[in-house]
Design a protein around this ligand. Structure first.
Ligand code: HEM
Length: 225
């Protein structure tokens, strides 16, 4: 058995895997939303950035994609196996007094995580594989892949824009617990840093996801067009 399977079979190891992969995925999200904010700076800024990513040397783009995929699969697989293990350990349904201490966000992690998973699958089909809700090809006047127009065309459809905003809110809620609990999972839990764990990290999560949510809203409002 490989070391990673053995690590995930122990509850402590599984929590470690959740924390490390969650942190990695959040780092990707910061870069991804940050890059997408270039939509506010117009077609040339966005498309130059998209082309720049694809032209990264040494196959860096594919290494990054492989890393994100690996982290994503590990995060989801470990989450479901932890949830199944917890259920098996206490087959009786939770009763009120067991749970009133834990926050709603922490008790709904599996549900919010599943919604984010469904969103990511849709999002990949939409903008990466371009097999749903895609009316392209979109090519700009310099002959480049026109990610700007593709995104604006997507979010000009209110149902799609609202779906993205809703997904971003669910993701923000998921992160509001995940970003705070990951330190506990890594064994970093000195009370001196409570403000950081409990308030600052959830706030950072909300800033990133709400920044993402402004993009479809800005397209609907005609600010990005
Ligand atoms: C309004 C917010 C967002 C916008 C405008 C957006 C836009 C895009 C676009 C245009 C692509 C395709 C890039 C290309 O093929 O050149 C993409 C890929 C991707 N997005 Fe998003 N995205 C948003 C939010 C998110 C969120 C919240 C997540 C994760 C929870 C996410 C995860 C991904 C992943 C994993 C890829 C594939 C990356 C790759 O193939 O290199 N995105 N996104």
């Amino acid at each position: 058995m490989s070391w990673i399977v053995r690590l995930m079979k122990s509850s402590l190891g599984a929590k470690y895997v959740m924390a490390v992969t969650g942190a990695g995925l959040f780092a990707f999200l910061i870069g991804h939303i940050g890059g997408n904010l270039l939509l506010y700076f117009g077609q040339d800024a966005m498309n130059s950035y998209a082309v720049g990513l694809r032209e990264l040397p040494y196959g860096l783009l594919w290494i990054a994609r492989g890393g994100i995929l690996l982290f994503f699969v590990l995060h989801v697989y470990t989450a479901y196996s932890l949830t199944a293990r917890n259920k098996a350990a206490r087959p009786r349904a939770y009763v009120m007094e067991d749970t009133f201490q834990a926050s709603l966000a922490s008790r709904t992690m599996a549900m919010t995580g599943t919604i984010v998973l469904l969103f990511v699958l849709y999002h990949l089909a939409h903008y990466t594989f371009r097999i749903v809700n895609y009316a392209g090809p979109y090519i700009d006047n310099q002959g480049r892949d026109d990610v700007y127009t593709m995104t604006v065309a997507g979010f000009s459809q209110p149902v799609i824009a609202i779906t993205y905003v809703a997904a971003m809110l669910v993701l923000g809620y998921h992160l509001s617990h995940g970003l705070s609990s990951m330190f506990q999972s890594l064994g970093i839990n000195h009370s001196k840093y409570n403000l950081f764990f409990r308030k600052i990290m959830p706030l950072v999560g909300w800033v990133v996801t709400l920044a993402g949510a402004t993009i479809p809203l800005a397209v609907l409002a005609g600010i990005i067009r």
